[in-house]
Ligand binder design. Sequence first.
Ligand code: AMP
Ligand code: MG
Length: 479
Amino acid sequence: MNIDNMILQTPYLSLDEEFYNLTKSDPLEEPYLISFNPGAASLINLDEESANDPLLVSLLNGTFIPKGASPFAMCYAGHQFGHYNPWLGDGRANNLGTLNGWNLQTKGSGETLYSRSADGRAAIRSSIREYLMSESMFHLGIATTRALGIIGSKTKIIRNAVENAAVVMRMSTSWVRFGTFEYFYYRREYDKLHSLAEYVIEESYPHLQNDEDRLLKMFCEVVDKTATLIAQWQAIGFNHGVMNTDNMSIAGLTIDYGPFAMMDDFNFGYICNCSDTVGRYSYGEQPNIAYWNLTMLAKALSPIIPKDKMDKKLEEYGASLYPNAYIEVMCNKLGLSEKLDSDAELVEELVIALHDAFVDYTLFFRTLSHYDGNREPLYDIAMDPVVIDKWLGMYDKRLLIENSTYEQRTQTMLQENPKYVLKNHMLQEAIVLAEKGDYSRVEELLYIAAHPYDELPEFEHFAGDTPEEYKNIGLSCSS
Ligand code: AMP
Ligand code: MG
């Protein structure tokens, strides 16, 4: 299919008018294509040749509206850093409609009713980060939104300096947030809560549609999916940075990539968002914050779902859902095929050892994937090999109980422990080049993002330890 033939639907507009606001396009000046993602395009049946279609830039810039599309911004509220904000919404995003189950949205496309005092724009920097990282997360097997492409422009915006505005086209199976429910709860519009829940079930939990108990079951599935998602974030070393309830997906996806980071040296208390002075959204806090956010969702749903039943499910999150999900992913990373009760302790001790060892998180697991009893390669990458040595003693004993051979274990571990993740310094170098008009690095990183577990000799330099000066730097929210 080419862009001209796209036909969208707008099921969200069947909800009451309070749920959204129709938007007018405010195109960027002199737009040009920065990158096109054929992987995301295939999800909506768009041909690869669309990359060369002039309509692509018009689609992203809002000057070409596909058939059936009707641009709108979604309304939501949310707890930001623990404080309730009753009026958020898509302040810089336009939703075009749905194709093949994917809701298309341009981010940075201009002011909406929900822009408050901000300009409705997005910097090239943050657009490239979201575009590449969402692709990387997908290929790492983590539930996420996707991105079809990016355009740059001559439109100027003021952030830390004067910058050029960009637009990224994002795609998601759902854009509904915990905060969408909170909006109607705090306004005491419980009939709207109900219609939103039915909408979410139809969009994201269709197997529940004819179930009498579907509202409670929807909540339970959100809890399950959130537990799995956060376990995967922790296991891959991802720090989201802004886990406000408006950035929490009702479909359990990673959404709204901002000042995120893949950790360099493992640090349990790492804070990627430098505006987060107390570390509310630090790496180590993510499982607790997800729980807190789920309790806010339960509160918002309490007029339509029995609270005691939701509380029971919430108890499970901390008691079993999250810890079990986390231990399971970590055991996979350690190449352990049988799961033993004592594995929780092995993982706990590993986290302590990694924290003390000053070792690159990604590099550690990739190196461990080749571990055949020779500890030297692991000593070589850690600042403090002594703690690693102690933990390897435990690991050696544990491996004795495994039935798998070294070859089998290595083979599975190399599929669990990526060689390539997109670290901030890699993204930053691509951004600096892009700001000078060279998009080759963006393309390279898009390719690397799609091959995290492969050996890519030409990109070996992206698989090593992060240069000391770039380790675990924080980013600002300004984007
Ligand atoms: P975020 O934390 O980036 O997900 O954004 C929080 C809220 O601020 C959302 O309602 C965004 O739409 C809004 N927002 C962020 N940046 C801008 C901007 N430049 N213009 C308008 N709204 C914005
Ligand atoms: Mg957001």
